[in-house]
Write a protein that binds this ligand. Structure first.
Ligand code: DAH
Length: 360
């Protein structure tokens, strides 16, 4: 049994040097497997004399246990190393800030519509809607703009074709959101408080005009509504929308067929170094038209003008979006240039609300 020491040294060295679990298993089979070296020596015991067998058997058992222990210890060590390696390679720093992945962008016009809807909702205005293809009665007549009225020409109207032989007046692409006043009052009567944001169309195209643009109409009818309520409402809106502590509005007498009296409203601002500031400075920027709803308009919508009165206004949404977010060219709004949208757009999950800050 002199060879046992050599055998022991051979296996212990091999176990110490083996690099992975597969190699270790090969060693186990070679030493202790059914046809392994130790097993072969064990089966040789049967041919020995009893005394010899006893001594050799004990030595072989010790050797077998030693090799077995070495194999197990190595197996555990390899397992730990594998786990450590995995932990090291899969390590991640859960304290790092998440990288926000942008899923599309919200167009500034949509953003501004959400903002102004939130502000007016807070003041008790619901959102009303009307069709973009409108009859000319709603778009003009009901708003006290009869066919011969010069305001019809000023609207640069797009007319829809009628079928051959159909001589009813053509439908138009609505030239303003004011027809929604008529639809809302007809449907709901008075009292009423609504805004109507949406698309409008006029045949016009230059740096400050596009054939399609956006307006928001406002309408508040009750028993005692006056110009004072109009002024307060618009000031509240501008303060909230432009996110400044105070604004100053200037009401200029004007004329619209659907209001009497009528006023155009300018907001105080300054232009310094190409930077627009709302609420301070010595410049005025026109932002909307408004007035007390004309009795004929109330009548057209079936509202008794002897009992009810109120104000209306119409404001350009694209205009106030440009002012608030410093966007220089109106035409770029509608060119569908993704680079522009990525620059001026808003994150999709950032819904504006008054509590959270509108454009935070
Ligand atoms: N509809 C007008 C326009 O497009 C804007 C307007 C002015 C709306 C006065 C109103 C208003 O409701 O009272 O130019």
């Amino acid at each position: 049994m002199d060879g046992l020491d050599a055998l022991k040294a051979k296996y212990l060295t091999a176990v110490a040097n083996v690099a992975d679990e597969a190699g270790l298993e090969d060693l186990r089979v070679a030493a202790l497997g059914k046809k392994g070296e130790i097993s072969a020596l064990m089966s040789g015991l049967g041919k020995m004399e009893p005394d010899q067998r006893k001594a050799a058997g004990a030595m072989l058992n010790v050797l077998k246990d030693e090799i077995d222990a070495a194999l197990r210890a190595k197996k555990a060590a390899l397992g730990d190393a594998a786990l450590n390696e995995r932990l090291r390679s899969e390590w991640l720093d859960v304290t790092m800030p998440a990288r926000p992945r942008r899923v599309g962008s919200i167009h500034p016009v949509s953003q501004v519509m959400e903002e102004l809807t939130a502000i007016f909702a807070d003041m008790g205005f619901a959102v009303a809607e009307g069709p973009q293809v409108e009859s000319d009665w709603y778009n003009f007549d009901a708003l006290n703009i009869p066919p011969e009225h010069p305001a019809r020409q000023e609207h640069d109207t797009f007319f829809m074709n009628r079928a051959e032989g159909d001589d009813r007046p053509p439908h138009v692409l609505r030239t303003h959101t004011s027809p929604v006043q008529i639809r809302a009052m007809t449907a709901q009567g008075a009292p009423i408080r609504v805004i109507a944001p949406g698309r409008v169309y006029r045949m016009d195209m230059d740096q400050t005009h596009t054939p399609m643009f956006h307006q928001v109409e406002g309408l508040a009818i009750d028993r005692n509504i006056s110009m004072a309520n109009l002024k307060w409402t618009l000031e509240e809106f501008c303060r909230a929308f432009f996110e400044v502590p105070s604004v100053e509005l200037r009401f200029r007498a004007s004329h619209f067929p659907f209001t009497e009296p009528s006023a155009e409203v300018d907001i105080r601002c300054s232009w310094e170094g190409g930077q627009l500031k709302i609420g301070q400075g010595d410049k005025w920027m026109e932002i909307l038209g408004s007035g007390m709803v004309h009795p004929k308009v109330l009548a057209a919508a079936g509202v008794n003008a002897a009992e009810w009165q109120g104000f209306a206004f119409g404001m350009g949404i694209d205009r106030i979006a440009m002012l608030k977010y410093g966007i220089p060219d109106l035409r770029a709004f509608f060119e569908s240039d993704l680079r522009w949208l990525r620059h001026y757009g808003f994150a999709a999950l950032d819904m504006p609300d008054l509590a959270g800050g509108l454009s935070a």
